[in-house]
Design a protein around this ligand. Structure first.
Ligand code: PHE
Length: 331
């Protein structure tokens, strides 16, 4: 057998398992192997050809030796330099990268936990709403600026009859209306979900975001209970002794209304975290409840806003880009 032929066999010999390394060694490098046979044949050649042949045979031997050694080293290191690892059951499986909950989901989960402990259940409503649930039943006057196309994404806008309007809900408050129409008091629910506003995309605003609403309606629900709930909530989500304040505010669907701020000592400023108030008598009337008999409180907050404060995130857009370098920080 010529040197060219043996070289070809060496190159094509598959080594994927320890057993094949041994087969390779026996076939080429052992005392009776093909390389030794090459050298043995050298004596039969005419003397003038021996030097050339010897050089070629040495090359063959080196190629075989190298292939053998690198296969053996690879096995010893537990790595695979083999063409296929199919048969090597001793190899460790590659590690899978585990995902984690999105920071908005983590923040909502914590808010949910606070309310579950206070005896609230969870309720959902559609993202495509009508004028009644999103505005009218919530005591928005016909000329309220939120009803403007500039602020709200309309799917159907009827200039003659606003009752036929369809829109992407601008807040989670319409779920209050749905819940109260569906269930007699006592009602104690939170309502998380996506909301939409026709806003420019910047570091501070986006055309969609998430809110969570809480509604408690029963006989004799008081402002003191609202205040207490807000303090428990804020202290539980920010996990420390808090400095907070409540400012009088205005929402069409609550009276009186307030906004709550927490103090940020790093930035040396007050930061608004939520809006709240006592359910407006007109709202109770719109769902056929007698305001003389029932009272309630409602509160609503932006989940992005809370998450931005908790994790010190500067740009709201990072929540939606799904860049793993961002998400990895919240494992
Ligand atoms: N719906 C209000 C908003 O979107 C928040 C709110 C909810 C305020 C409930 C008071 C009571 O800003």
């Amino acid at each position: 057998m010529g040197t060219e032929q043996i070289l070809k066999e060496i190159r094509e010999f598959p080594i994927t398992t320890p057993a094949e390394i041994e087969e390779f060694r026996l076939s080429f490098l052992s005392k009776k192997g093909k390389v030794a046979t090459l050298f043995a044949g050298m004596g039969k050649l005419p003397p003038e050809q021996r030097a050339d042949f010897g050089k070629q045979a040495n090359e063959v031997k080196q190629v075989a030796q190298q292939k053998f050694e690198s296969a053996r080293d690879a096995i010893e290191q537990g790595k695979s330099a083999f063409a296929s690892v199919r048969d090597d059951i001793s190899l460790q499986a590659p590690r899978q990268q585990l995902g984690s909950l999105h920071p908005l989901t983590q923040t909502l989960d914590e808010i949910k936990n606070v309310f579950f402990r206070l005896g609230f259940s969870i309720a959902f409503g559609p993202e495509l709403e009508d004028d009644f649930h999103n505005f009218s039943a919530l005591n928005f006057p016909p000329e309220h600026p939120a009803r403007d196309m500039q602020d709200t994404f309309y799917v159907r806008k009827d200039d003659e009859d606003p009752r036929k309007d369809l829109l992407l809900r601008t807040h989670t408050s319409p779920v209050q209306i749905r819940k109260m129409l569906e269930q007699k008091p006592p009602v104690r629910s939170i309502m998380p979900g996506r909301v939409y506003r026709n806003e420019a995309v910047t570091a501070k605003s986006y055309f969609l975001f998430h809110q969570v609403e809480a509604l408690y309606v029963d006989k004799n629900v008081t402002f003191a209970e609202l205040k207490d709930t807000l303090i428990i909530l804020a202290e539980m989500i920010f996990e420390k002794e808090l400095k907070y304040r409540m400012r009088p505010s205005f929402f069409p669907f609550t009276e009186p209304s307030l906004e709550m701020d927490i103090w940020n000592p790093v930035k040396n400023q007050w930061l608004e975290i939520l809006g709240a108030g006592m359910v407006h008598p007109n709202v109770l009337r719109s769902v056929n409840l007698d305001p003389e008999e029932y009272t309630g409180f409602a509160l609503g907050m932006g989940i992005e806003r809370i998450a931005k404060l908790r994790y010190e995130i500067g740009d709201i857009r990072t929540f939606y880009e799904n860049d793993v370098r961002f998400l990895d920080q919240f494992v």
